[in-house]
Design a protein around this ligand. Sequence first.
Ligand SMILES: [Zn+2]
Length: 305
Amino acid sequence: MEHNPEQIILGEVTVTRVTEFYGTVELTPGEFFPDSPAGSWDEHRDWLAPDFWNPETNECHSAIQSWLLRSEGRTILVDTGVGNHKDRPYARVWNRRDTDYLDNLAAAGVRPEDVDLVVNTHLHVDHVGWNTRLDGRVWVPTFPNATYLMTRQDFEFWDPANEHRSVLGRGNQNVFEDSVTPVHRAGLTRLWEESFRIDRNLRLDLAPGHTPGSSVLALESGGDRALFVGDLVHTPLQITEPGTNSCFCEDPAESRATRHRLLGHAAEDNALVFPAHFGGRGAAEVERTGSRFAIKEWAAFSRLS
Ligand SMILES: [Zn+2]
């Protein structure tokens, strides 16, 4: 079989990378990761640049992408990016976008009606966008036959009716209304707590910190393991410096603790780690180095450029 550089097979599960965006997120390392240790970016410059950081402009580079899984005959989409035409007045880089994401999904052999499950690892602006699309003036489910899996904790935290305060301030404005409520009203959501078994190969677990209801998807099939970690890490610097949070982490202490715990599990289990936003080769095996971690080997995806 010909090798597809956007696809990896783990046990009985096929994992395909579907990209929406790759480039600068218009944040310096100091803005995006305010508690990253002084000098740490320069120390790792030889491999952080250019895939994750442009030292000339001093801006972080990120991918917005979905991990497309085929498991036990079902098509599963992990995180749904920013979406098109969404009004994001406080998130300029995500405002009223018009990308070819659905074409990229089609290139992976998937039409919207083929998607059986959507996993939103958490309910931030860049993880729920393609949950819906604009039909005239109305937001409708993009994936009409899918069940959308989200945690009850995040659903309640981000529901504006509950008036919770977030570190994002108004940064998640409109998101619940245009990307969560329409699928919920259509009866397509399945709110889960603590843990949710998808099938023999896949299980969702709560991983709070980045948001109260952040979650990870664990894959175990044949001898292979993987962990789809959402925003547990945004940049590989958070693997070498696992105490480093992003400015978008709701609970800094819990976020650090969850990151240490899950990277530890991934290192012990030789699990391939799939963050939501890594450019470059997208995913990696990690190894423990004292109280930190290191990249052991990058995945075989082609490099985003
Ligand atoms: Zn994100």
